[in-house]
Design a protein around this ligand. Structure first.
Ligand SMILES: [Zn+2]
Length: 469
């Protein structure tokens, strides 16, 4: 079945298709609080988009009404660069029953993301030019936001021999990873790092010592003992983080640590950065906001790898964001079918569908005073953009002349997570039914509105423009 057809009955989706079809040449967003950490902008003002690019910087208001523009009134809303997700799983090719590039990018748009980087654990895996070309052309034809592929480190993700990293670089990958699996063989990882330097691309590692996590289903601690579930100790992650940091130091390669989840990993990365090792790191919204207690009750939607940890780990991860030990927040969006997750805890696959709840759940940290709004936005825009680099254009900024990728959100709006309304085929989230405070109101990709909340009014050109412009 074509997933796009499955979504057709959603009236909002149908409306959005019509909106997309009618490309907006000029759009004025006014009266919003514009926050662009890349330019140190935080002020109320207007933003003008013309021919897909930012034409007016965020300072001050456009003084006179301009009848030739479509207009969005962003009063009370935050206007920021389009969010960037360094880590998601789009499942196509090979696992289209879980997600497709079409549904995954629609979920991204609803979540405020205009750029998403997809992991190569598809079938076939993204280990050669033909599959990368397939992902890029499918994204161009069916996707609604930018999809940047990540290529495999090893052929077939088997951890035995290197993929053709040069071919992958020329095919346009932005990094190399065997995510889902660690690269167990230290010698192979050293070779991968050596090779990656020639292409200036980072190695993204899923840090897990499999000998220590075998049979593990959740974090090792009091709760795993109480539930009698196989456990994954923090040390399993930290051992691999330490090894990879040592190899990055040895080779001089760029290393990016995926989904950091423990206090010990944060300490190791902080120390490595102080030593000048070229390391960056990401953390997921779920590791920042949920603890292992979510597994009480055996909710398979809380089964994720690395596992949800403890309050102490969360505090260390937040500290890591605030002192720039951790550079970026990435969703690790991992959609699964309901049948996949409707089984006993031990048999369920790992993963949380995260694109559509990311901003709402992360805003809880802002409301609690643990992150500033500017820091949060920076970790979702300018910082991941630095890791990607400029080969796909300048991302993560509202600078004049750059592609108009923009997210508009209401920091205070409360909404209930209704997985039935997800664009993602993956309804697997432990947040189903929760109330989140902070909602994406509109997502603009290259000047086109690719998502808009029903309550936000777009005044199309020719109609009257209200005051305040
Ligand atoms: Zn992973």
């Amino acid at each position: 079945m074509n997933p796009a057809t499955m979504l057709a009955p959603l009236t909002e989706e149908t409306k959005m298709k019509e909106t997309r079809a009618k490309a907006i040449n000029s759009l004025l967003i006014h009266s919003g609080r514009i926050i662009d950490p890349s330019q140190r902008i935080d002020e109320t003002g207007s933003l003008l988009i013309s021919n897909g690019k930012i034409a007016w910087p965020g300072k001050g208001e456009v003084t006179s009404p301009q009848p030739e523009y479509d207009v969005l009134n962003a009063k009370g809303l935050i206007v920021c660069p389009g969010l960037i997700d360094l880590h998601c799983h789009l499942r196509q090719p090979g696992f289209e029953e879980k997600e497709t590039i079409a549904t995954g990018t629609q979920a991204a748009a609803r979540g405020g993301f205009t750029t998403i980087c997809c992991m190569p654990n598809t079938n076939p895996p993204l280990d050669n030019q033909a599959v990368i070309d397939y992902v890029k052309s499918t994204a161009a034809a069916e996707g609604v936001v930018r999809v940047l592929p990540i290529g495999c480190i090893s052929r077939g993700r088997k951890g035995k021999e290197l993929a053709d990293m040069g071919e992958l670089a020329s095919a346009g990958v932005i990094a190399y990873s065997d995510d889902g699996e660690p690269v167990i063989d230290s010698r192979l990882m050293r070779q991968a790092m050596d090779r990656s330097r020639a292409f200036g691309l980072p190695i993204i590692d899923h840090c897990e010592d499999k000998a220590l996590t075998e049979g593990g289903l959740m974090n090792q601690g009091v709760i795993s003992t109480k539930l009698g579930l196989g456990a994954m100790p923090a040390a399993a992650e930290e051992i691999m983080v330490a090894r990879d940091l040592a190899l990055a130091e040895l080779t001089g390669a760029r290393l990016h640590i995926a989904h950091v989840s423990t206090e010990g990993s944060v300490d190791l990365i902080r120390h490595a950065k102080q030593k000048g090792i070229k390391v960056t790191a990401e953390v997921t919204p779920h590791h920042l906001t949920l603890t292992e207690e979510k597994v009480l009750g055996y909710d398979t939607n809380a089964k994720v790898n690395p596992p949800l940890r403890t309050k102490k780990d969360i505090q260390a991860l937040i500290q890591g964001l605030n002192d720039n030990t951790i550079d970026a927040i990435a969703t690790d969006h991992a959609p699964h079918t309901e049948a996949d997750k409707r089984c006993e805890f031990a048999l369920a696959p790992f993963g949380i569908s995260g694109l559509e709840t990311a901003l709402g759940s992360l805003m809880s940290l802002v409301h609690a005073g643990q992150l500033t709004l500017t820091t949060l936005i920076s970790k979702l825009t300018g910082e991941p953009a630095k890791i990607i680099g400029d080969r796909y254009g300048k991302l993560g900024t509202l600078a004049i002349g750059t592609l108009a990728d923009i997210t508009i959100f209401d920091p205070d709006r409360e909404w209930v997570v209704n997985t039935r309304a997800f664009a993602s085929q993956g309804k697997n989230t432990p947040l189903a039914g929760s109330v989140l405070k902070g909602k994406v109101m509109a997502t603009i990709f290259q000047g086109k509105l690719v998502y808009k909340d029903d309550s936000l009014k777009l005044e199309v050109k020719g109609e009257s423009i209200k005051g305040g412009v």
